[in-house]
Design a protein around this ligand. Structure first.
Ligand code: UT7
Length: 328
């Protein structure tokens, strides 16, 4: 469908501070064992008070550009996918454009929560495919720690901060690139995962602060049921659209929210676990940053070689989901 569009290079940035499950026992009534057995998470990274999403995104983007030997001024478009922007406006993408010196790029944010990176990848690819842009930076970046309620043990133990970037461009041959994708949304389920405060419905006020509206709220069980259904289903649909079978997958890179959710998708696809990339133990759920950070780490670990068939798949607030099949 979007054949001939390639991820030219990747980059990532994780904050220095490591927060273990044990440390979280100091803040809420939880246990190391509950967190690791229910989610697979052992630790996550949190930014410092003066670090923002654009700081993480800019470092990841610079790394991707350096690896591809592309100058910042050659970039035509920057998409930052995030639900934790530096501020409502200007967009985090504009702040990143300035920080990396990509003076010729137009820049905007795209919000599809944890599915954001997959949405951004497909949007960015369309511009390259149409010939409107030569180089596009798609960045998934989040500072989830800034919207976590440390009085809510059911959510604050799940998320972490980080950023991953991909530089998109044209592939040199027709056998590489994005073969198919599946993006979807069910706005009827918007209530089960949200941050109600700070927008036009509930602008910041003493009342919204008192009600803790500026924190993430989630009905974890409902999201879980949705994720178990859609992760495997979306991956299977994309594979079918690409004319591929699950047994042809060389590496599955799922959204890293919960090991048990990933398990269910792996079972649905009927693939071996050695074909699944996992880093949820180290970083927790980094929302839009999870998939690009995982992709970057899989490359660094030598788990991807030229010609491999990759499946990326995710889900998140909206509710939204997305997947894509690509040949590396
Ligand atoms: O990217 C999308 C973002 N969201 C997700 O991916 C989340 C999807 N959902 C999940 O991953 C799981 O539903 C959770 C990990 C959030 C919860 O796991 P669960 O196995 O569904 O647990 P539960 O919500 O059914 O809670 C079981 C128990 C409850 O106690 P009672 O009512 O049985 O006495 C909770 O109060 O565990 C309790 N609990 C905790 N206990 C210790 C909830 N959070 C904690 C905690 N530590 N942090």
């Amino acid at each position: 469908m979007l054949n001939n569009i390639k991820v030219l290079s990747t980059g990532k940035h994780l904050p220095e501070r490591v927060v273990t499950n044990k440390e979280l026992e100091n803040y809420v009534e939880t246990s190391e064992n509950w967190i690791s057995s229910r989610t697979g998470i052992e630790e996550r990274r949190f930014v410092s008070d003066n670090e923002s999403t654009s700081d993480l995104a800019a470092v990841a983007a610079k790394e991707a550009l350096k690896r591809a030997e592309v100058k910042p001024e050659e970039v035509s478009m920057i998409v930052v996918t995030t639900m934790t922007p530096d501020m409502p406006f200007p967009s985090t993408a504009c702040l990143v454009q300035d920080k990396i010196g990509a003076e010729n790029a137009f820049a905007f944010d795209l919000e599809a929560a944890c599915s954001g990176f997959l949405y951004g990848l497909i949007v960015g690819s369309q511009f390259v495919s149409a010939g409107s842009c030569r180089y596009v930076l798609v960045i998934g970046a989040e500072t989830m720690s800034k919207i976590l309620d440390f009085e809510d043990r059911s959510t604050c133990v799940l998320f972490g901060d980080g950023a991953g970037a991909c530089l998109l461009g044209k592939a040199d041959n027709h056998n590489q690139g994005i073969l198919s994708f599946d993006l979807g949304a069910d706005g009827g389920k918007s209530e089960i995962l949200k941050m109600p405060g700070g927008g036009s419905l509930f602008p910041a006020s003493h009342e919204t602060v008192k009600n803790r509206y500026h924190y993430l709220k989630m009905n974890g069980n409902e999201v879980y049921k949705f994720a178990v259904k859609f992760l495997g289903q979306s991956a299977l649909k994309t594979l079918e659209d690409a004319g591929k079978n699950p047994d042809e997958i060389d590496l599955l890179i799922p959204h890293q929210a919960n090991l048990r959710i990933i398990d269910s998708a792996v079972k649905k696809l009927g693939i071996d676990y050695d074909k699944v990339f996992l880093n949820v133990a180290k970083y927790g759920n980094m929302s839009a940053a999870s998939i690009p950070v995982a992709l970057d780490e899989a490359l660094d670990d030598g788990k991807i070689t030229r010609g491999d068939l990759l499946v990326l798949v995710g889900f998140g607030a909206g509710l939204t989901w997305g997947s894509c099949v690509l040949v590396w």
